[in-house]
Design a binder for this molecule. Structure first.
Ligand code: AMP
Ligand code: ZN
Length: 439
């Protein structure tokens, strides 16, 4: 446990009693229902469910009367079926980063941006960062919420912000050195890639002043966190968000790194069984469902995130009362079925990242071989191993294969690659290449 002193951005709200929190949530849920009724989509949806005004919500439990909202609903609302204010009051539009299909659109008023900024400021302070830090934001700016979301929060806290965005690794490294960057916001895959680039150049980890990294935007394992922490000698904090709920700032780890606090004055958190939609109790893994409590321009009620996680039981040492969710273990829609076996890419990552010889990049490749599925796991290994004995390489390949077989119960082909030979992603990594044609 860290001996760091606990600091808060907004002590009162971050340590609010459960009872007061529930009261506040009910008040804000009612307001949100009224706001939602102003959108064409919810007006029809809520009235059909017998909710004609906020008066039909008397207790927090009445949220169960409200139907779920799905990603498809949002797509059908494109471009403005979920807008609840006059367009004159909208100061920003974000869309999801999805590369296929109609994007989902979230509108923000000035107040929405301000509230979001406050949530991000809380997250930053919860990790022990502050005014004296130099913050290099390597998440994409633009429609993707990772860049601007953290940017506003970091400025509000008073950090020195380097708004470089993603990409251009050589320049990123130079800036980290020249401005003595202490905190990074970055995807885990890009952070590991930066380490392999460092190995090629003249600047080493010792020349940098890094203390922390905020890692998010894509799923990753505890082993990947550990690897990043060891390679850079930093503390890495998990940062979770989704554009439908603003973006980053929804849930973040505090200095204790034991799950991510969800800001429950801004979101109602539910975990449901993805198959039956029944609510699940604490410690049971299921799909995260969020309801916005403060958003004015695009309220969302019971939004099914498709992200899988569970809620930790009990309080946190930091005394924040907002509950903590686990690392995202997968999505209801990224599950791979390989020869009839269900596999999450995160399970494969978990295995290969604990193999010390494995470098910083990997790819999961699926193809058809006759009628069967073939899983090829391509991993980069440290270059010095390639100069060694062939026998050693074979043994390493066998070892990785065995460990994978034990974990996912299917037999993969393991390919070892030289560092830098697999595709690099500066934003969200595309780890899975599925060439099987779907029927
Ligand atoms: P977007 O709406 O484009 O920002 O994408 C949001 C999605 O990214 C989430 O629904 C998650 O699936 C994923 N994501 C964001 N942060 C994390 C994280 N810390 N761990 C795992 N997945 C994440
Ligand atoms: Zn905590």
């Amino acid at each position: 446990m860290s001996m760091q002193e606990i600091s808060y951005w907004n002590r009162e709200i971050e340590t609010i009693s459960s009872e007061a929190l529930r009261k506040l949530q009910l008040k804000r849920l009612k307001e949100t229902v009224n706001t939602a009724l102003k959108t064409p989509f919810y007006n029809a949806r809520l009235k059909k469910a017998g909710i004609n005004s906020a008066d039909d919500i008397k207790r927090l439990e009445d949220i169960h009367k409200i139907p779920f909202t799905t990603k498809d609903d949002l797509r059908e609302c494109y471009p403005n079926g979920l807008l609840s204010v006059d367009l004159n009051d909208v100061v920003r539009i974000h869309t999801s980063s999805g590369t296929t299909g109609t994007p989902t659109v979230i509108y923000h008023t000035k107040e929405d941006i301000d509230n979001w900024t406050e949530l991000v400021a809380r997250c930053i302070i919860a990790t022990g960062s502050g005014k004296s830090d130099v913050f290099q934001n390597m998440m994409g700016y633009g429609m993707f919420t990772g860049g601007l979301g953290l940017h506003y929060g970091a400025e509000r806290v008073g950090m020195t912000v380097i708004p470089i965005g993603g990409g251009n690794t050589v320049r990123q490294i130079q800036l980290m050195k020249d401005f003595k960057t202490t905190v990074l916001h970055i995807t885990p895959s890009y952070l590991l890639h930066i380490h392999s680039k460092l190995a090629e150049g003249e600047i080493s980890v010792k020349d940098l002043s890094l203390k922390k990294a905020y890692l998010g935007a894509e799923p990753y394992s505890e082993n990947t966190r550990k690897k990043a922490e060891e390679l850079f000698k930093i503390d890495a904090y998990n940062s979770y968000g989704l554009s439908e709920m603003n973006g980053p700032g929804v849930a973040f780890e505090c200095i204790h790194k034991c799950g991510m606090h969800v800001w429950e004055d801004a979101y109602i958190l539910e975990i449901i069984d993805p198959k039956t939609a029944e609510p699940l109790s604490e410690e049971k893994e299921g799909e995260i469902v969020f309801t916005t409590l403060m958003r004015k321009a695009t309220p969302l009620l019971r939004y099914r995130s498709r992200d899988l996680a569970f809620i930790y039981k009990g309080g946190c040492k930091c005394k924040r009362t907002h509950r903590r969710i686990s690392r995202i273990t997968g999505r209801t829609d990224d599950m791979l079925i390989i020869n009839g076996v269900n596999v999450y890419p995160s399970q494969i990552e978990q295995v290969i990242m604990r193999v010390p010889e494995v470098g910083t990049n990997y790819q999961i490749y699926l193809e058809k071989e006759g009628t069967l599925d073939k899983l090829i796991v391509k991993v980069e290994i440290y270059s010095k191993l390639f100069t060694g004995e062939l026998k050693e390489l074979d043994a390493l390949r066998e070892r990785i294969k065995e460990q994978l077989r034990a974990s996912i119960i299917i037999n993969p082909v393991v390919e070892l690659h030289e560092p830098g030979s697999l595709p690099v992603f500066e934003g969200k990594a595309k780890r899975v290449v599925d060439t099987r044609t779907k029927l």
